[in-house]
Design a protein around this ligand. Structure first.
Ligand code: MN
Length: 425
């Protein structure tokens, strides 16, 4: 039996909330009154805020580091069980992160049944399985130095396919329903990689994986314009991902990682396109100033995050085709200077905030502005939603679900990390 270790007491959360309940109620009522004047029912918005779910990546519970170094903090998880315990703590405080995405081989369980039982004892389940062919595992027969699913040598491609199928097998035992693939394949120098051949080999490898996945599983393919390959990557952009997904089959979808674009790319428009074409599988949320910075969601471009959710809410109003899944939301970030749990709490709050703000957009008014080509009022309509302080809705939705009014403060004051420092020597 695996030890859970210290957990935050629900009584502690209740007293944290109790100390804030008067202010919370007044703020919520006041916001409710103001939204009512705009024709919006606050209770409906609070219910939708509570229904949002975001998956946590197991790998974001530890300090990520950069290629220059890593400065881990004390009390960080040492294994997949401790990562799950930290994720469960984020869920306990926020109540909208009930699933964890695993990464193989980093999280490969000796006994998937034991891991599934442990997760359920913590009240969390499993999201997409993430494969890794961007580095060599200890003892691996063939190297991925020059690629994996698109490698020029068939035996390397077969090894990478087998690894992805192993991820599916583990995922089946855990109750996962999706495989996410990101490859580091590409070239550092002009001429190094044959663009056409490598893309064809990549798609053929995806098909080999897809054909052997269970019929109720989804395949998410994640593109990235550069890194670790600095000159060209095999799956560089959403157009290549869209074509690959359609070539592979109806359960293959594109995954948008916000950090995988060039600076200033209009990501919300990519989102709108993929939604319209019914191939948006989901997101990896994070934020960046320069490249794949993997900063906490909403820390640099909160307006962009809001505009992305605006497109998602728009698309939901249009409805989805038969069999098209709801986009899956996941955080994918790396922490170098912050406590990883605190950063996750901050990101979860920003994602939920952007979603709730997007729900407040007066869509009829916006459509009128668009018909009339009124650019100033169109932007003002969006800004009216974006500048609304929705914190009282977030806090109320969390508290009603058993979470904390202020998750970050509650976490800090609970002494969780200090307890983990003693447990995780
Ligand atoms: Mn990602």
């Amino acid at each position: 039996m695996v030890e859970t270790g210290y957990r935050i007491d629900d009584g502690y959360i209740a007293s944290h909330n109790g100390a804030r309940s008067g202010d919370m109620r007044r703020d919520y009522e006041s916001l409710g009154e103001r939204l009512h004047r705009r024709g919006i029912g606050i209770e409906d918005i609070a219910a939708r805020a509570a229904a949002l779910t975001v998956a946590l990546p197991s790998w974001a519970t530890g300090t990520g580091g950069t290629r220059f170094g890593r400065f881990p903090g004390a009390g960080e998880p040492r294994n997949v069980f401790e990562k799950l315990a930290d994720c469960a703590t984020v869920h306990q405080l926020t109540r909208i992160t009930p699933r964890v995405a695993l990464h193989i081989p980093w999280d490969r369980p000796h006994d998937p049944g034991e891991l599934a039982g442990f997760a359920s004892s913590l009240g969390v389940g499993f999201d997409a399985m993430n494969s890794n062919t961007f580095e060599d595992e200890k003892g691996q027969r063939l190297s991925y130095k020059f690629g994996s699913l698109s490698h020029t040598v068939a035996a390397v491609r077969e090894q990478a396919i087998a690894h992805n199928l192993e991820c599916v097998e583990i995922g089946r035992a855990l109750g996962s329903k999706a495989l996410s693939i990101w490859i580091g394949d590409g070239g550092n120098f002009p001429g190094q990689v044959d663009f056409r051949g490598s893309y064809e080999r990549y798609i053929a490898s995806l098909k080999a994986i897809y054909e052997r996945m269970p019929g109720d599983w989804f395949l998410y393919i994640e593109y990235k314009l550069f890194e670790p390959a600095m000159y060209s990557t095999v799956l560089n952009d959403w157009g290549s991902a869209y074509h690959a997904a359609t070539a592979v089959g109806p359960r293959a979808y594109c995954l948008v990682d916000l950090g995988h674009h060039a600076p200033n790319v209009n990501i919300e428009m990519i989102v709108a396109r993929l939604l319209q074409l019914e191939r948006l599988g989901g997101f990896h949320f994070n934020d960046s100033k320069y490249g794949d910075d993997d900063l906490d969601a909403g820390s640099i471009k909160p307006f962009q995050l809001f505009l992305i959710f605006h497109e998602l809410v728009n698309a939901a109003a249009h409805g989805r085709g038969a069999g098209v899944p709801e986009p899956a939301y996941m955080i994918d970030q790396s922490h170098n200077v912050t406590d990883p749990v605190e950063s996750l709490l901050a990101s979860v709050e920003e994602i939920q905030r952007a979603y709730v703000q997007a729900l407040l957009v007066d869509r009829a008014a916006l459509a009128g502005c668009q018909e009339a080509n009124d650019a100033v009022m169109a932007l003002r309509t969006l800004k009216a939603a974006f500048t609304t302080d929705v914190a009282p809705i977030l806090a109320t939705a969390r508290v009603r679900a058993g979470g904390a009014a202020d998750p970050l403060t509650a976490f800090r004051e609970s002494g969780y990390r200090a307890r983990k420092e003693r447990e995780r020597r």
